[in-house]
Design a protein around this ligand. Structure first.
Ligand code: NAD
Length: 437
């Protein structure tokens, strides 16, 4: 047992280990003074060591807090990356993982991604993410089980005293959010009926159009008459097409993997400017159609060493999260090909923008939300896209790396009223023995 590599275990094996050691909750926190990662339990120090040695994903996460579901052998986690700008905000993902390393890396990458997204959006929120590791022996769509798990997740949020405020993400729906909300006030994205902001997909599509318009302005043109290739006709892809038609684009080539989705789309948009296709899940050949803008609005990692060399678009701009399979190599590959890439975390911010401030009350056509879609506000998608593209051009750095550099700087600014309060919350959780409660 002593030589067991904990990060190589499957979540199921790891949970068996936790039970044997009588651990129900554990944490890893970064100690700025000693520049080291502290584990809540001696037995888990090898994981703290693993995090400390990691050069890519850990990035000094302020705290990782995990608890074991009391009934369904599911890991419920909160990854708090950076809270200078405010409490960590980001959605909770319900996903399956092969190993504990996969689970940790996903939470870490997503947590840091939210820090960058929120900072570039000028939000007074830090960055973090929730990750629930699915138990393969539990039917993930069972409404009773989901209700139990998401209520437990709400309990976890309450126990963390607000250093992380959760929201909706992949694998989580509005009903799940209502279940979380029933046990905590540290959540957003709750349904309209409960006083929340509801579905953010339409504002997200508007944000993508704002990014496209800025990129066209950078190139000295407009969207008028242009050809746009849209991958994915879902909640974002469909309204995106509507807004593009309003901008008088010349042609839209759109595709999805489900024939019924494509049929519904055709009924919704009976325009002779649109060409539709049903694609096979692994067939990305449509990404190389002749077009001005390629817009990925399906899954992540569709921009990679196989697809990028074939792309004919001048601009890539879409809502899909984590479009680059390898954030550094693929960013560089796109840059070297002379294609303008508008980073996803810049252009798809409207999901979090729509819900982040919902605890401050609801205003129809909220000016604090609308300004993100304006052309003049300094942190608007338009202005930020132009800043990233101009800086990237002047110093010759790929746009993804440029956006991360700008986001890193902004994310270290302290909240104007509350300062670096999330860090204080984490310190008090540790002092009060959160893991023993
Ligand atoms: P969705 O599930 O409603 O739509 C995605 C669509 O893509 C589906 O119709 C699916 O069939 C299709 N698809 C999957 N693989 C495909 C492939 N290989 N080729 C073509 N089509 C494919 O999701 P959504 O809410 O529209 O979100 C789209 C993307 O944007 C996701 O990556 C999501 O994480 C991201 N995003 C969404 C929001 C939001 O507000 N909905 C906010 C931020 C980011």
């Amino acid at each position: 047992m002593k030589d067991m590599n904990l990060t190589n275990l499957s979540p199921k094996q790891f949970i068996e280990y936790l039970k044997k050691e009588n651990i129900k909750r554990f944490y890893f926190v970064y100690d700025e003074d000693t520049k080291s990662v502290k584990a809540s339990h001696k037995q888990l120090e090898p994981i703290a060591e693993f995090l400390q040695q990691d050069q890519r994903d850990f990035c000094k996460h302020e705290g990782i807090f995990v608890q074991l579901s009391s009934k369904y052998d599911t890991l419920l986690g909160a990854f708090v990356h950076r809270t200078n700008r405010g409490q960590a905000a980001g959605g909770v993902r319900y996903w399956s993982y092969d190993t504990i390393e996969d689970y940790l890396r996903d939470g870490l990458r997503l947590g840091m991604g939210m820090t960058h997204k929120n900072a570039l959006a000028g939000l007074w929120w830090g960055g973090g993410k929730g990750v629930m590791a699915q138990n393969p022996d539990v039917y993930k769509l069972d409404p009773g089980i989901r209700e139990f798990l998401y209520k437990e997740y709400g309990d976890l949020m309450t126990s963390l005293n607000g250093c992380y405020v959760t929201a909706e993400d992949v694998g989580t729906n509005v009903k799940d959010m209502a279940n979380i909300f029933s046990n905590t006030r540290f959540t957003t994205c709750i349904p309209h009926e409960k006083g929340g902001s509801g579905n953010p997909s339409v504002p997200t599509a508007r944000g993508v159009v704002a990014g496209m318009e800025a990129a066209m302005e950078f190139l000295g043109g407009t969207l008028g008459g242009k050809t746009i290739a849209v991958q994915g006709m879902g909640n974002v892809g469909s309204p995106l097409v509507k807004f593009l038609l309003e901008k008088n684009v010349g042609k839209i080539i759109a595709w999805d993997i489900y024939p019924d989705v494509v049929e519904k789309f055709k009924d919704q948009f009976p325009s002779d400017k649109i060409e539709t296709h049903v694609a096979k899940r692994d067939d990305h050949s449509l990404m190389s159609v002749e077009c001005d803008i390629l817009s990925p609005n399906a899954t992540g990692a569709t921009l990679n060493k196989n697809t990028i060399p074939e792309i004919k678009a001048k601009v890539i701009c879409g809502a899909a999260n984590n479009q680059l399979e390898d954030p550094m190599k693929d960013d560089l590959l796109i840059h070297e090909r002379g294609i303008l890439y508008v980073p996803d975390f810049l252009t798809n911010r409207m999901g979090i923008v729509n819900c982040a401030d919902e605890s401050a009350g609801f205003v129809s056509n909220d000016p604090l939300i609308e300004r993100h879609l304006s052309k003049d506000w300094e942190y608007s998608i338009h202005q930020m896209t132009l800043n990233v593209l101009n800086e990237s051009k002047s110093i010759g750095k790929p746009t993804g790396a440029m956006a991360v550099e700008m986001a890193e700087k902004l994310s270290l600014e302290n909240h104007p009223i509350f300062g670096h309060r999330g860090k204080m919350i984490i310190a008090s959780l540790v002092k009060e023995g959160w893991e023993k409660k």
